[in-house]
Ligand binder design. Structure first.
Ligand code: C2E
Ligand code: MG
Ligand code: MG
Ligand code: MG
Length: 276
């Protein structure tokens, strides 16, 4: 009987694994087709300063799947990263953001907004990344100073020098870089000061429950002072409460992003100011 149970368990896991593989393959095919059929949309989430004024947005990809509905980037980015589709996806994001910068350039308020986009590791490592971004900036006429590229610490591991060289070329054109999800990866002080970045984004796991968690308060305080000592602008992500906003402001944090101000939303729903 124990043997039977054991066998059944194995069969159960096999079927589960098979189902997951099928699901993944289906999504991979759908994604490839969806890219060609414009099923993706860039949502925008405002970033505010200490006066609660919007100074920029982060573009976050969304997939409107024909039968599954909205699929989140947590699901489809890893799938896209398994093939060259991530490059196609990444190019679409750069192009969309640059076109948006140009469209907003005649708007009295939004012409000052930066647009940050997330870059994937394969994209950054790709041979044509730098040329592609420069080409898109030229083609669209977008102001490079309004474009912020968000990368993560883990993306730089192994290939740090090559990545730094690419970032240097783009920064010479005016493009800025932010280190996303800061605090979750590997980073020594000496490593951080070598990186050609302009912004540090404190990971939302430190911002969460900041209002009651004293350890988190100490961590955000030291990240902010570390960042400032390296002349970096500090962005807190995942700000959900007034208390968190208040504490971070007192600690000297420069910019804030989170549901407290606005969720990521469609371009047409964006407003020039966040609710107070
Ligand atoms: P991320 O770049 O760290 O983006 C922040 C994530 O936190 C977003 O999730 C955003 O919706 C969410 N968020 C913002 N404010 C709050 C808050 O107050 N509370 C909570 N709980 N969450 C908040 P999203 O849009 O699901 O994106 C997840 C991740 O997927 C992003 O993390 C980014 O790494 C990746 N991603 C999104 N769009 C793209 C893209 O176009 N290209 C690439 N390569 N990656 C992308
Ligand atoms: Mg990001
Ligand atoms: Mg982040
Ligand atoms: Mg995050």
């Amino acid at each position: 009987e124990a043997k039977d149970a054991g066998r059944n368990t194995v069969v159960f896991f096999d079927q589960n694994l098979q189902a997951r593989l099928n699901n993944r393959l289906e999504l991979q095919r759908d994604l490839h087709r969806g890219l060609a059929q414009n099923e993706f949309e860039l949502y925008y989430q405002p970033k505010v300063n200490a006066e609660r004024k919007i100074v920029g947005v982060e573009g976050l990809a969304r997939w409107h799947h024909p039968t599954r509905g909205m699929v989140s980037p947590g699901i489809f980015i890893p799938i896209a990263e398994e093939s060259a589709d991530i490059l196609k996806m990444g190019e679409w994001v750069v192009r969309t953001a640059c076109a948006q910068i140009v469209e907003w350039s005649s708007h009295p308020v939004r012409k000052y907004w930066t647009i940050a986009i997330n870059v994937s590791v394969k994209q950054l490592r790709g041979e044509s990344f730098v040329d592609q971004v420069i080409q898109i900036l030229l083609e669209t006429g977008a102001d490079p100073k309004l474009l912020v590229l968000e990368i993560t610490e883990s993306m730089l591991l192994g290939d740090t020098e090559a990545a730094i060289d690419k970032m240097d070329v783009l920064r010479a054109k005016g493009v800025r870089f932010a280190l996303d999800d800061f605090g979750t990866g590997y980073s020594s002080l000496s490593y951080l000061q070598r990186l050609p970045i302009d912004q540090l984004k404190i990971d939302q796991s430190f911002v969460q429950k900041l209002d009651s968690n004293h350890i988190h308060q100490k961590l955000t305080r030291s990240i902010i002072s570390l960042g400032h000592s390296l002349d970096l602008q500090i962005v807190a992500e995942g700000v959900e409460s007034e208390e968190e906003y208040e504490i971070l402001k007192q600690q000297g944090c420069d910019l804030f992003q989170g549901y407290l101000f606005a969720k990521p939303m469609q371009r047409t729903l964006l407003r020039d100011e966040v609710d107070t």
